[in-house]
Design a binder for this molecule. Structure first.
Ligand code: DGJ
Length: 741
């Protein structure tokens, strides 16, 4: 049993082959935290790791106590995991143990996405009930330990078992106290078009972290942080990961107290949050997934990749090869006709592309972004036969048909807004802020979610749509739920997110064959919550190959390549004006869910020939890319970031793909080596390069090389040998490795 309980010492030890999480019911009834880290022997007591009694107020000595669910006003003056305001206005709670349950498997969290198991032997769950006798509040702390992952899924359920109303003002998904402060905090931070860049800072006394109050996880920060020992890189060294399975407002922060204890908490951002619990009602937090790695960031990422790819993503597309797509957005923007689209689709089909995606502009009177969101009827000026005709003609060409939609939005210039101005989020009597000329619909209202369900289901039934790109291009301002009473406005953001999840859940259940790709002005809602419904997400609106190196590197810290939509676009690049070789654009996009974002009909014969080869190459390797171990080798965030490399290695170690990218060429450069990781040292690999271009690097590596040599000495990044001027800037190479002779 991976959850050991010793009634004598009050300890619970969640253990698998990789990690232990140990907690204890102290003598006073509080749930105390003892340990989370590498697996410790079962059958021993670890109660000495924390003081037995909760040290109450004594010049801050309460801070020595490490509690599973710290509360406010107790002598622990650090950030709490739970704040509940009671009928008398107080927030003091005395949470003491009343019961626990251990069961095989893992149960879903009603209304929220979460990781799952396919059979009960994959995980064990502990639920611990802590009650506050005076208010009647019962906090059930949930812990799942997975058999195959060094990870613990945590969540909390709050039930009002008293006679009076309670108001939750903070309900975190997890709080963890680590016994020292020697950590660097990593976050995935950035902006539109430069999402999820790696940001690192040494912890200092006080609080530090990331959050969102935008109504979405956001471009700016991601609901993921890691604590790593200073200097720890991809391989070797301790790292803890904290990831929230949620798409709305979040907080992830680390607080170093005056005794050097590091408290990390993650959950819904308490700022602006207030949830009323009437007697008998319950509230469930989103799930937090805490992972431990003794082997650096690489192993931490592998844990999240495997767990999220196989036990968070759902549906038939979880394990199926994703189609290579062409999307018309950067190719045409709003300016298209049916024949222009069919022209793009036809060329793309000839190049091996499998899915044609019609992006923004097919509905209402949408010739630019100033109108029509909400009016999801086809614009017959552009598509006279409607969606069905276009979709059937695309299918007749041998391609699948995909459609863009932005269901959560409404344009002020739209029939929907004219009919239902009150459906747009805003504070009555105050002006609404327009962003990209649009407002957000209030998905906290069930009737609006119902309307959107009808719209989307209707579209999916009206035409053979195999893929849906679900976009969301602005954040929520003037947050206010018109259907909520004044005293319950603190529920608005979370109710919005619950409304969104209920809609996604219904659509994906009702149309199980549909492949959904989420998107939010690029990667503005790239989070584990969405991943549960949409197994792939558009990483960024920035399609420049050089920019993508940083974006994809950062994204891969938590998210698997099978979730990362990555497309080749035209040059000069539409975001940064850079001109990179077509081969380098593909070499970057290969490490994701591959596609094209351009006007295929405008490609030259030489470009078509190259793309034919690229698509074939990707198809040969897409299973390896989707399911292999992703190993980051040379970071764009270290040194001058000029050279970047990463690789994908199959689980059995028989195949690997290595991507190497040099941003700027350097004159008279000497030879370099690129040491690989994750290969089988005893195996011999045949090395070849892509594309075949006659560069010295091809011949220098061609042939058989031992896994030991490739990891110990490395691939040869040859000196230019007079070839440097032909390489130029933005040079890249893919190395294919196959075990055998
Ligand atoms: C933002 C997305 O990220 C783009 O790919 C595109 O779909 C546009 N929206 C369309 O408005």
């Amino acid at each position: 049993m991976p959850v050991f309980h010793d009634p004598g010492t009050g300890e619970f030890h969640l253990r698998n082959d990789f990690t232990s999480y140990i907690l204890r019911v102290h003598e006073g009834g509080q749930a105390g935290q003892l340990y989370f880290g590498p697996a410790l022997a079962a059958g021993r007591s670890y109660r000495h790791l924390s003081p037995g009694e909760f040290a109450s107020f004594d010049n801050g000595a309460g801070d020595f106590s490490r509690l599973e669910c710290p509360v406010r006003g107790s002598g622990d003056f650090r950030a709490p995991a739970l704040v509940a305001e009671q009928a008398d206005g107080s927030t003091v709670l005395d949470l003491v143990y009343v019961a626990h349950r251990v069961y095989a498997g893992k149960r879903p969290i009603a209304g929220l996405p979460s990781t799952y198991v396919e059979s009960d032997d994959e995980a064990d769950t502990l639920e611990l009930d802590l009650a506050d006798a005076r208010s009647g509040l019962v906090a059930t702390l949930g812990y799942t330990i997975f058999r195959d992952f060094p990870a613990i899924a945590r969540r909390m359920e709050l039930r009002n078992g008293g006679q009076s109303r309670l108001i939750l003002r903070c309900a975190m998904s997890a709080s963890l106290d680590l016994p020292d402060p020697r950590w660097e905090l990593l976050s995935l931070s950035g902006a539109w078009a430069r999402e999820r860049h790696l940001a690192a800072r040494a912890l200092a006394p006080g609080s530090q972290g990331v959050s969102s109050e935008r109504g979405a996880s956001g471009h700016q920060h991601n609901p993921f942080i890691a604590l790593k020992r200073p200097g720890v890189g991809e391989a070797g060294g301790e790292v803890y990961g904290f990831s929230l399975v949620y798409s709305g407002n979040f907080l992830a922060e680390a607080e170093v107290d005056s005794f050097g204890i590091t408290r990390t908490r993650i959950g819904i951002d308490p700022a602006g949050f207030a949830w009323t619990l009437e007697p008998g009602e319950s509230f469930r937090t989103p799930e937090a997934v805490l992972a431990y790695s003794a082997s650096g960031l690489g192993a931490l990422s592998e844990t999240y990749h495997r767990l999220y790819r196989t036990r968070l993503a759902r549906g038939v597309w979880r394990d199926k090869a994703r189609p290579v797509l062409v999307n018309n957005w950067e190719g045409t923007y709003f300016d298209f006709t049916e024949s222009r689209l069919l022209g793009i689709a036809g060329v793309a089909r000839d190049l091996g592309v499998e899915l044609f995606v019609l992006d923004d502009g097919w509905f209402g009177r949408r010739d630019d972004d100033t109108s029509s969101l909400g009016d999801w009827a086809v614009d017959e000026r552009k598509l006279p036969g409607g969606l069905a005709s276009l979709a059937r003609r695309v299918e007749a060409m041998g391609l699948k048909f995909g459609l863009w939609i932005e269901p959560e939005m409404v344009s002020p210039r739209s029939e929907l807004f004219a009919a239902h101005p009150d459906w747009a989020i805003g504070v009555p009597g105050r002006p609404r802020t327009e962003t990209r000329n649009q407002y957000v619909l209030d998905l906290s209202r069930p009737e609006i979610v119902e309307h959107l369900y009808g719209v989307i289901a209707g579209l999916l039934r009206s035409a053979p749509v195999s893929y849906l790109k679900w976009d969301m291009n602005r954040n929520i301002t003037e947050p206010y739920g018109a259907a909520l009473p004044p005293g319950r406005q603190g529920e608005f953001f979370h109710r919005y997110t619950l409304g969104l999840y209920s809609l996604l859940d219904r659509i994906t259940r009702e149309f199980p064959g549909l492949l959904v790709e989420s998107c939010a002005s690029g990667g503005g809602r790239f989070d584990p919550g969405l991943l549960a419904y949409a197994p792939q997400a558009w990483v960024s609106d920035d399609t420049d190959a050089v920019e993508r190196l940083k974006i994809q590197w950062g994204t891969s810290l938590c998210y698997p390549l099978s979730s990362m939509g990555a497309h080749v676009s035209a040059v000069p690049n539409h975001q940064v004006g850079r001109i990179t070789p077509l081969s380098t654009r593909a070499a970057a996009a290969f490490f994701g869910v591959f596609g094209y974002e351009l006007d295929a009909a405008a490609l030259s014969p030489a470009e078509r020939a190259e793309i034919l080869d690229q698509v074939a190459f990707y198809k040969r390797h897409r299973e390896l890319i989707a399911t292999g171990r992703f190993l980051r080798l040379l970071s764009p965030f270290e040194g001058d970031g000029n050279e970047v490399a990463w690789s994908c290695v199959s689980e059995d170690g028989n195949e690997a793909l290595v991507g190497f990218y040099r941003v700027l060429n350097r004159p008279f450069a000497g030879p370099r080596r690129l040491r690989l990781r994750g290969l089988s040292p005893a195996k011999v690999y045949r090395v070849s390069t892509w594309p075949e271009a006659g560069d010295p690097v091809d011949a220098d590596n061609a042939g058989l090389r031992g896994g030991d040599e490739l990891m110990g000495a490395g691939l040869l990044l040859s000196a230019e040998r007079g070839y440097g001027s032909r390489r130029g800037d933005f040079w890249s190479r893919i190395f294919e490795l196959r075990a055998g002779n």
